[in-house]
Design a protein around this ligand. Structure first.
Ligand code: SF4
Length: 245
């Protein structure tokens, strides 16, 4: 199987539970959503070439032709892992679960923890690769971000991950103009599946006219979520503060 890739590089994880850990990022082209704050160029077919870092962390890249085969991708990844120990390989995008055929070939070949960064809306696709995934960072997408309600999809997705006893946490991007009823619904979805699941509240990085959330407001929302969930953390996109990729 093959897929169009955007980039492969080594950096620190900037978001969520594993912030600061050295990870290898493998970014797929294409997404099933169009979030209003998206910072990735995702339209299918827009990347003729994939940027591959020359040595891990050097931030100098060479280009390889898309699409890339699964075994070819495995070779690039394992070369990075031999050069530098990484906490995990982060499969990101776009939405990596649009490429489950390739992932089923690739994941068993990776000699490191496999970290899935996903929008959490494709439970059937998750089921296809779940045995080979170690860590799941699952977004909860608010209707105001995507223009669609996806509560049942999110609930099924989270339930699958919890029942498979995966290291899973949920991440919710908070804009300044948050619809609070939807925030409460997101918290309820997590609480109804498994209240011990960590919830990360990530203040949006303002872009495309989406307003940022005030610091006091993040605390208010954390307090509101803590009424239903025991572990709620406020963590911004720290890689931007550190000027990391
Ligand atoms: S799910 Fe992620 S990659 Fe897809 S549109 Fe939303 S922010 Fe962008």
């Amino acid at each position: 199987m093959q897929a169009n890739m955007i980039e492969i590089f080594s950096s620190v994880q900037g978001e969520g539970r594993y912030v600061g850990c050295r990870q290898l990022f493998v970014r797929f082209e294409g997404c099933n959503l169009q979030c209003r704050y998206c910072d990735t160029e995702n339209a299918p077919g827009t990347h003729l070439m994939c940027n591959v870092e020359i040595t891990p962390g050097a931030r100098r890249f060479r280009e390889i032709m898309n699409p890339v085969e699964g075994h070819e991708l495995a070779a690039y990844i394992n070369e990075f892992l031999q050069a530098v120990p990484h906490q995990a390989v982060s499969f990101t995008g776009g939405e990596p679960l649009l490429h489950t055929g390739l992932l089923r070939e690739l994941l068993p070949l990776i000699g490191c923890k496999r970290f899935l960064e996903t929008n959490g809306t494709l439970p059937d696709k998750l089921a296809e690769v779940l045995p080979w995934i170690d860590i799941i960072s699952m977004d909860i997408k608010l209707p105001q971000a995507t223009g669609r309600e996806m509560w049942p999809e999110h609930e099924r997705f989270l339930r699958l991950a919890v029942e498979a006893e995966k290291d899973v946490y949920a991440k919710l991007v908070v804009p300044g103009d948050l619809v609070e009823a939807d925030f409460d619904r997101a918290v309820e979805v997590i609480a109804s599946v498994e209240p011990s699941v960590l919830l990360i509240l990530q203040p949006v990085t303002p872009m495309n006219g989406v307003p940022g959330a005030e610091p006091w407001y993040m605390l208010e929302l954390q307090q509101r979520a803590l009424a239903k969930l025991p572990d709620v953390r406020v963590i911004p996109q720290t890689h931007r503060m550190m000027n990391q990729l």
